[in-house]
Design a protein around this ligand. Structure first.
Ligand code: FAD
Length: 300
């Protein structure tokens, strides 16, 4: 039976970053990836925004890692020539009563160590972005965008240079605890079975199934799955804004927002739609266009 020191399941941005870090610490690392190419799921279906760390609960890991990660990400992009732009972002109050939420956002951001937000008037916001309609706004100077595929390629190149090997088309199907590690069975063409000492589950939307496939692992310790999906609509024509534009968030989501990419394209979204029973569903309902337009026209 093949043996490897450390197996990472999933070649999304997280699995690749973890593999790179472990390889740099001297681990022999194999990544098992179910698809025929890396990063085919959430890592290539997101807004590509470098978030400032405004909204997360102070003291939470999300808040700490977002703020620390933002600086690391900007530094990494400069060092490795990964395309990025510090676009900034405006969070806009569409109605008078949204203005009340702005000091709370600024307070939350400060508690997370994000001290550069400023509240600005409607006139100041419109001076920045003439196509905007709002009652006031918050300027986030440290928000930006990144070329996510270039970032992931860079991480992968560095991981491979440290000896990481990615086995594509290798879905992990079963994990058995051994005295000295794990036995992993793959659903690849050869029905590969291998042993490892360390096993890391970075399977994204597949993480729950991977956890379930560990024989004897207590089901009670696996959090329930709640799948939600977001859709975007892109537009052609000249970009209407220079900065990213987000409405003041509601309790559930950041709201349909405006993001641009480094190729000059722009889009609106994502919305939030819960999928029950949980399943990966990338289908797009074009009938949502009217709702998107209604949502966006409140501030554009
Ligand atoms: C709508 C949306 C917008 C977002 N926007 C942003 C943003 O602007 N900025 C930001 O920082 N973050 C954003 N995110 C979050 C970010 O995209 C994710 O946190 C990140 O991509 C997660 O990466 P991952 O590697 O954990 O998962 P994934 O990219 O899903 O990778 C998991 C990998 O595991 C593989 N896999 C699954 N099961 C198995 C198995 N059994 N065996 C082997 N391989 C398996 C999959 O094929 C996949 O390649 C957004 C997320 C969403 C949903």
């Amino acid at each position: 039976m093949n043996e490897v020191q450390t197996v990472v399941v999933g070649a999304g941005v997280i699995g690749i970053a973890v593999a790179r870090k472990l390889a740099r610490q001297g681990h022999e690392v194999l990544i098992l990836e179910a698809e025929q190419r890396i990063a085919q799921h959430t890592s290539s279906r997101n807004s590509q925004v470098i978030h400032a760390g405004i909204y997360y609960e102070p003291g939470s890991w999300r808040a700490k890692l977002c703020v620390k990660g933002k600086k690391m990400l900007y530094d990494y992009c400069v060092d490795r020539h990964v395309p990025f732009e510090n676009t900034q972002k405006l969070i806009v109050a569409i109605e008078e009563n949204h203005l009340r939420k702005i000091p709370l956002l600024i307070k939350n951001a400060k508690a997370n160590g994000v001290n550069d937000l400023t509240q600005i008037s409607a006139a100041e916001a419109i001076a920045f972005e003439p196509a905007l309609a709002c009652k006031g706004a918050v300027l986030s100077p440290s928000t930006g965008i990144i070329d996510a595929p270039a970032f992931i390629s860079s991480l992968l190149g560095e991981a491979e240079a440290e000896g990481v090997f990615v086995a594509l088309g290798s879905p992990l199907e079963r994990v058995v605890f051994l005295d000295s590690g794990f036995e992993l069975s793959c659903g690849d063409a050869h029905g590969t079975v291998l042993k490892c000492k360390n096993f890391i589950n970075a399977a994204g939307l597949g993480a729950w199934n991977v956890a379930r496939s560990i024989e004897g692992f207590p089901f009670i310790k696996i959090p329930q799955q709640h799948f939600a999906k977001g859709s975007w609509f892109s537009m052609t024509g000249p970009a209407p804004f220079e900065r990213l534009i987000y409405p003041v968030p509601d309790d559930e989501s950041l709201g349909v927002h405006y993001t641009c990419d480094l190729g000059g394209g722009f889009r609106f979204g994502p919305n939030l739609q819960y999928i029950d029973p949980p399943r990966v569903d990338y289908s797009m309902d074009a009938d949502q266009a009217n709702d998107f337009e209604h949502s966006v026209r409140r501030w554009w």
